[in-house]
Design a protein around this ligand. Structure first.
Ligand SMILES: NC(=O)c1ccc[n+]([C@@H]2O[C@H](COP(=O)([O-])OP(=O)(O)OC[C@H]3O[C@@H](n4cnc5c(N)ncnc54)[C@H](O)[C@@H]3O)[C@@H](O)[C@H]2O)c1
Length: 439
């Protein structure tokens, strides 16, 4: 036990299980990449927990440790992966299908990937209309399915001799659901599970099972899961940390880099048109209008919150923002995003910015999954429960306390994350005031 000015953090002893509902492109890329890294074949590029540093104290002190040496995180050597999927393919077959990493790289860790056998999923095609698969559970009710998931979690822990488990949703994006009173409280939700209520989606069943098992849950997709009142309440009641949602990777990552810069210089924006082509299974699912609606809601909100048009009507009051995702199979996982940004400067003179990002979706997402898993485990060991807003750095649609607007500016998010780590370890928070250097 480390004790620093009130924050007690359990040491990360033993092994950490990372369970992923969804062993598709992102799921297999995080597993394959971690295996490549721990076997010395690759570097964990893009991961703050593995590569990042943190400044401590004054700039003159030159104390800049690696984050993983500063806070007690689980070591990559002590991670065991597992998961659920509606397809029975093992980790190697699924990674080959996803076609993100080269076969020659996957072959280096083939044995480890082949050992990943997906558990039977809780799945209902009503919530992911473009998919169906054979590797699914059957049960008397949604409560029965939740109990089967709890049993899976317990078995996985025992079989792998784990100390702790975290769950990160890497499954498909579910359809947009309108608010339903069954989400109002734990009681109404549990009754809904017993009655197999149609407003309880598959991901909500996983999240319920996780929280009841004391397992932190992160939502990597844009659909509603732990943001419903019943599951928020449950996370507090069971003292479990939750985070999400929707991994911030390609185009929105770029948006949250560019928009704060334009706003910082008080440059106006009249229009922002974003379009993407992608050809992976995620793209196919998002081609369905109701799944796209879940994504559109999270993708559109970032600019609104960064620009605050109500506070800056002259600059952003007339902003026209449009987001499109187009399923285009030849692109595979290599998404191409175009942004046309119509800006204006001094005396209203117009200018344009064009961004053409040829990215690899799952290569960008994998380190985000790893960091979220390691940090949510840290939060849990630090006794945190409920929403972990400091992890919004990784999310397109950050979960926040009721009545609070989400912070989308990536630089504020990073400062919040690092200050949270300093706070955990009893170090001074860094405000960047720096007056004392000149006194
Ligand atoms: N790649 C990125 O940059 C990125 C960014 C933000 C969000 N996401 C989200 O991450 C998720 C995964 O993306 P992906 O590219 O790996 O998609 P994918 O289609 O390759 O993989 C999703 C997997 O989940 C499985 N699945 C679906 N429903 C399931 C269920 N109920 N239980 C268990 N498995 C289930 C599918 O069979 C599939 O294998 C998607 O929701 C996506 O929107 C990805």
């Amino acid at each position: 036990m480390t004790e620093n000015e009130g924050v007690k953090i359990q040491e990360p002893k033993g092994k950490l299980g990372i369970l992923l509902p969804g062993l598709g492109a992102v799921g297999t890329t995080i597993i394959a990449g971690t295996e490549l890294v721990r076997n010395g074949f690759a570097k964990p590029i893009g991961s703050l927990t593995q590569m990042g540093t943190i400044r401590l104290g004054k700039r003159t002190e030159d104390r800049v440790p690696r984050i993983k040496e500063f806070v007690p995180l689980a070591d990559l050597e002590h991670i065991v992966f597992g998961g659920w999927d509606i397809f029975p393919d093992n980790g190697y077959e699924s990674a080959i299908y996803a076609n993100v990493m080269k076969k020659e790289d996957l072959d280096k860790v083939k044995t480890q990937l082949e050992a990943i056998q997906p558990m039977k999923a809780v799945f209902d095609p009503r919530y992911v209309k473009r998919l169906d698969g054979p590797n699914t559970k059957t049960g008397q009710s949604k409560m029965d399915l939740a109990e089967q998931l709890m049993q899976d979690i317990e078995n996985f822990k025992k079989e792998n001799d784990l100390d702790r488990i975290v769950i990160v949703w890497c499954g498909s994006t579910e359809t947009y659901l309108d608010y339903d009173p069954v989400w109002n409280s734990i009681e109404s939700f549990e009754k809904g599970l017993r009655d197999s209520h149609e407003s309880i989606s598959s991901s909500m069943i996983y999240a319920y099972a996780a929280l009841k098992s004391g397992v932190p849950y992160v939502n990597g997709a844009p659909h509603m899961t732990t943001d419903i009142p019943a599951l928020l309440e449950l996370s507090k009641k069971e003292n479990v940390a939750i985070g999400g949602k929707d991994f911030k990777t390609g185009q929105t990552f770029m948006k949250t880099l560019l928009a704060p810069g334009l706003k910082a210089r008080q440059l106006g924006v009249r229009g922002w048109f974003s379009t993407n082509i992608l050809g992976n299974r995620d793209g196919e699912v998002l081609d369905e209008p109701l799944s796209f609606k879940s994504k559109e809601v999270t993708k559109l909100s970032a600019l609104e919150y960064i620009f605050q048009p109500d506070k800056n009507p002259d600059l952003y009051g007339d902003l026209y923002h449009k987001v499109r995702i187009n399923y285009y199979p030849p692109s595979g996982d290599n998404k191409e995003g175009w942004d046309n940004i119509d800006i204006f400067g001094w005396c209203g003179y117009p200018m344009q910015i064009k961004v053409n990002f040829l990215c690899r979706d799952s290569i960008l997402a994998a380190p985000v999954v790893l960091d979220l898993a390691l940090f949510i485990d840290l939060a849990q060991r630090a006794g945190r429960s409920g929403i972990q807003e400091w992890l919004s750095f990784y999310c397109k649609s950050p979960m926040v306390a009721e009545d609070l607007y989400p912070e989308h500016d990536i630089f504020i998010q990073l400062m919040k994350l690092k200050n949270t780590l300093r706070h955990f370890m009893g170090e001074d928070l860094i405000t960047h005031l720096g007056l004392d250097y000149y006194e």
